[in-house]
Write a protein that binds this ligand. Structure first.
Ligand SMILES: NC(=O)c1ccc[n+]([C@@H]2O[C@H](COP(=O)([O-])OP(=O)(O)OC[C@H]3O[C@@H](n4cnc5c(N)ncnc54)[C@H](OP(=O)(O)O)[C@@H]3O)[C@@H](O)[C@H]2O)c1
Length: 391
């Protein structure tokens, strides 16, 4: 063997690479770790619902580690939640066990009760009445621990709280809050005036932690970690900061008590059901099943993370420092996708940072809307020849 040649690359498998967290992971490993080669087959190529997909992939590619950041939509029914979130995760872990490779699993604070400074050992009691999402995540946490104790599975579990970051294709969590505020669908404050604290997780930092875990696999094997920013965030303060930044008139500072919010929520559910019966399709945002969380503190301790030796790549970054760029990113995205029903940039007294200058992209959009033939002519003249850079 020629020892002077380059050392073979480590190969990794990411499940959920098109998702919010998986997208950050994929980008990180593709751009920052030349020694690691990752593949991220989509769910059509490797579905967690198909055991044969997992077996086939592992036999063909024999990865050196697996990261599972896949999840089915939060409102999925019992069967899909069970098959993707639970059984799929366990089958993936069994495949990792067969090759004796590390399995990194992304979990959620949905497995935790409300409370302050919750530790990695805390969790909800398993109960039939839990929402499908929380139940499937909790069962996975419990089974992975069993697999570690019984079969020596090398796994590390990372619990995320409220995740923030760009490139989320769904409108959920903090993005739902932002969307509703901008689209004027939140007339009053759905929380308490002060003291409802939550933990937040920065999606862009997770890959750094996972890379660190992979470099220290022995130390992290069989361990659970909370991956959250050190400082919890007061929900009312966050809402008012967004309102202020965007010069919004609503939500007005009238704090709706929980029983009233719950009654309103039940009423809306009833109205929506009635509309659905006569052929209008509508549904409540999926997070409304977690309405209680707007009124209850849930903060996760990050003591274990601090002691793990992991160095935060950007300790200054918090939800507040990232808000301006997130707001700009998501508003532009939702505008492009025509998702707003009442927001219009023109009517808004948006802050200086949000004012959009008409650049070349806006000009092209104008021509596309009003003179498509002109656009075609321009393209025919100089936009359809073979690409010189490739030739
Ligand atoms: N986002 C949050 O606020 C949040 C908060 C706490 C914890 N978490 C945890 O973080 C993890 C990632 O969440 P996320 O928000 O990044 O998810 P996401 O954006 O909804 O992405 C879901 C991913 O799962 C994949 N997927 C769905 N069904 C699949 C199947 N049958 N087989 C294989 N892949 C499948 C999708 O792939 P395709 O597109 O190819 O179908 C997609 O890449 C989850 O474990 C979640 O519980 C998220």
């Amino acid at each position: 063997m020629n020892n002077s040649g380059p050392s073979p690359k480590i190969s990794g498998l990411i499940i959920g690479g098109s998702g919010l967290i998986g997208g950050f992971l994929l980008h990180y490993f593709k751009t920052k770790t030349p020694e690691i080669d990752v593949r991220a087959p989509n769910s059509k190529k490797l579905s967690l619902r198909e055991l044969n997909d997992i077996i086939g992939y592992f036999k063909r590619h024999k990865p050196d580690f697996v990261i599972n950041s896949a999840i089915t939509a939060i409102r999925s029914d019992a069967l899909l939640s069970y098959e993707v979130n639970y059984l799929g995760s366990i089958n993936l872990a069994r495949a990792a066990l067969a090759l004796n490779i590390p399995y990194i699993h992304i979990s959620s604070a949905a497995t935790l009760p409300p409370g302050e400074n919750l530790t990695e050992e805390d969790r909800l009691p398993l109960n039939a009445s839990l929402p499908n999402y929380a139940k499937s995540k909790l069962m996975t946490e419990m089974t992975l621990r069993q697999m570690h104790e019984k079969h020596g599975l090398q796994y590390t579990l990372i619990r995320m709280a409220i995740v923030y970051g760009a490139h989320d294709h769904k409108i959920q969590g903090i993005n739902r809050l932002l969307y509703n505020m901008v689209d004027r669908a939140m007339p009053f404050m759905l929380t308490k005036k002060k003291g409802v604290l939550h933990s937040y997780s920065n999606a862009s930092k997770v890959p750094y932690f996972i890379h660190y875990i992979l470099k220290n696999r022995e130390k992290f094997s069989g361990q659970h970690y909370h991956f959250v920013d050190p400082e919890p965030v007061d929900l009312a303060r966050l809402i008012l900061t967004i309102k202020d930044y965007m010069n919004l008139k609503t939500p007005r500072e009238l704090y709706i008590p929980y029983p009233v919010a719950k009654a309103g929520n039940n009423f809306m559910n009833w109205v929506i059901k009635a509309f659905n019966r006569i052929g209008y399709k509508a549904h409540m945002p999926a997070e409304m099943i977690f309405l209680e969380n707007f009124y209850k503190t849930q903060t996760l301790s990050c003591e274990k993370l601090k002691k793990s030796g992991f160095v935060d790549p950007n300790p200054q970054a918090t939800i507040f420092t990232e808000l301006p760029s997130l707001i700009e990113y998501y508003i532009a995205r939702w505008e492009h996708l025509n998702l707003f029903s009442s927001f219009s940039r023109k009517d808004f007294n948006v802050s200086h940072a949000m004012k959009q200058k008409a650049g070349p992209a806006e000009e092209v959009a104008e021509i596309f809307m009003h003179s498509p033939t002109k656009l075609l002519d321009t393209m025919y003249n100089d936009g359809i020849a073979p690409l010189k850079d490739i030739m």
